[in-house]
Design a protein around this ligand. Structure first.
Ligand code: OFO
Length: 170
């Protein structure tokens, strides 16, 4: 049986995942306006992954007889000063998400909620990947340091990123 506290934590996390999707779509829009379609594609795929995270949590909560109480989603940032700023904000956001996921796992452990503990292990490792991806891209952007040819190549590279579902179907 899921505790009230855990039900609330998962509800909050579900809304955070939706916020993440919205934030990454806002970043995708920014890049489309900047004529960087590869970067826009990267964040669009990222947004799709966030929706998938939210749906995993939605399904889990209902599977254990809990309920999502649908509420408002915080507004995302829509204006950015630079390419680097976008990625730094995304990285900071992922670090925050990691903290929340770890908090859920900690409470699950304290409550002896083995199912939730097990379920969120997937997210623990997903966060390792998300943070690592953002860190790597920040390092590349710093390396490029405004060089237009290198930026063009990176944009082409990011154009190749596909959603997980699409990749599995290929
Ligand atoms: Fe759902 O991992 Fe990013 O936010």
């Amino acid at each position: 049986m899921l505790s009230e506290k855990m039900q609330q934590l998962i509800n909050d996390q579900y809304h955070r995942e939706l916020f993440s999707a919205n934030q990454y779509l806002a970043m995708s829009s920014y890049f489309l306006q900047e004529d960087l379609d590869g970067f826009a594609n990267f964040f669009r795929v990222q947004a799709e992954e966030e929706l998938m995270h939210a749906m995993k949590q939605f399904d889990y909560l209902h599977e254990v007889d809990g309920k999502i109480e649908h509420g408002p989603i915080d507004s995302p940032s829509n204006t950015f000063g630079s390419l680097l700023e976008v990625f730094e904000e995304a990285y900071k956001h992922e670090q925050l998400i990691t903290k929340h996921i770890h908090e859920i796992v900690k409470v699950a452990m304290q409550e002896g909620d083995f199912a939730t503990h097990q379920f969120f292990q997937w997210f623990v490792m997903e966060q390792v990947e998300e943070e690592s991806t953002m860190r790597t891209l920040i390092a590349k952007i710093k390396l490029i340091d405004g060089n237009k040819s290198a930026l063009y190549l990176m944009n082409e590279e990011l154009m190749k990123r596909k959603a997980e579902a699409e990749e599995n179907a290929a």
